[in-house]
Design a binder for this molecule. Structure first.
Ligand SMILES: Nc1ncnc2c1ncn2[C@@H]1O[C@H](COP(=O)(O)OP(=O)(O)OP(=O)(O)O)[C@@H](O)[C@H]1O
Length: 247
């Protein structure tokens, strides 16, 4: 579904993506993890066409994303920090996006209802808490029933109930066979969700494994412990604080 081949990206002298090769298929729920600044968001933005790689190719269903935009209709994107026009209300934002998309798909309003956002339709975006803004971003990502969901730190800032609602929704969409790509630092949140894990470090893919294989190899039940175990095996001498994992 998404093929990433030999992607490189520099910002000035900083090598942010360094020969990244990845392949994502329908029905997978993949966690993209790694220390701050290792290139996760840059990789996501490259898939979305918001960042142009210096080298390499990205294909969506066999077609290069370079210069293309229609493929984005198949992707629901929840950014790490959603930015919206300050003076518009929640209701106006959702209506505006619906009009721009002009989609014939049945709308998926599960999250709109579960988060009870309709009660807050008249609230202006500038008055919203961080968590409520995250809820608006989540609603918009799922609204047009996309085949692919790319969620950048989706539960950051959400309260425990909202976080659980979103996780249940992600599981429901995964079961429908969608491709879901999630970045998160909260590894304990990922246990029930993901089928594969990609660990990035310094712009490179450190490893890409199926969760079942990772757990079997390390003899650990929890993803956070399994990853810590792998990292210890790979770097027995060093204690690199950048690899700190939140479990
Ligand atoms: N537009 C840009 N211009 C210059 N540098 C950038 C730009 N976007 C990202 N960077 C740099 O690229 C590096 C990777 O950033 P990126 O946002 O991809 O990291 P990340 O893995 O998503 O981090 P985090 O876990 O903190 O979200 C960082 O050093 C960041 O400062």
């Amino acid at each position: 579904m998404i093929e990433i081949k030999n992607i490189n990206k520099k910002f000035g002298k900083l090598n942010v993506l360094n020969d990244v090769n990845l392949s994502f298929k329908k029905g997978e729920c993949i966690a993209l993890i790694g220390p701050n600044g290792c290139g996760k968001t840059t990789l996501i933005k490259s898939i979305l066409g918001m960042v142009l790689p210096d080298k390499g190719s990205i294909e969506f269903n066999g077609i290069s994303v370079l210069g293309a935009y229609l493929y984005r209709e198949n992707i629901g994107y929840m950014p790490q920090i959603g930015r919206y026009p300050d003076n518009m209300t929640i209701g106006q934002i959702i209506e505006m996006i619906k009009k721009i998309r002009n989609s014939n798909e049945d709308l998926d309003e599960d999250l709109l209802k579960a988060f009870e956002l309709e009660k807050m339709f008249d609230k202006k975006m500038r008055t919203l808490s961080g968590g409520t803004t995250q809820k608006v971003s989540a609603v918009l990502a799922f609204l047009f029933n996309p085949d692919v969901l790319i969620l950048d730190e989706p539960t950051a800032g959400l309260d425990p109930l909202a976080s659980e609602i979103l996780k249940e929704k992600i599981i429901k969409e995964k079961e429908k066979g969608k491709l879901i790509l999630i970045t998160s630092h909260l590894l304990s949140e990922l246990d029930d969700l993901i089928t594969e894990i990609i660990f990035m470090q310094d712009g490179k893919v450190h490893f890409h494994k199926k969760v079942a294989d990772l757990k079997e190899e390390t003899n650990e039940d929890k993803i956070s412990k399994a990853i810590a175990n792998i990292l210890k095996q790979k770097q027995p001498e060093t204690r690199n604080p950048k690899l700190a994992i939140v479990s």
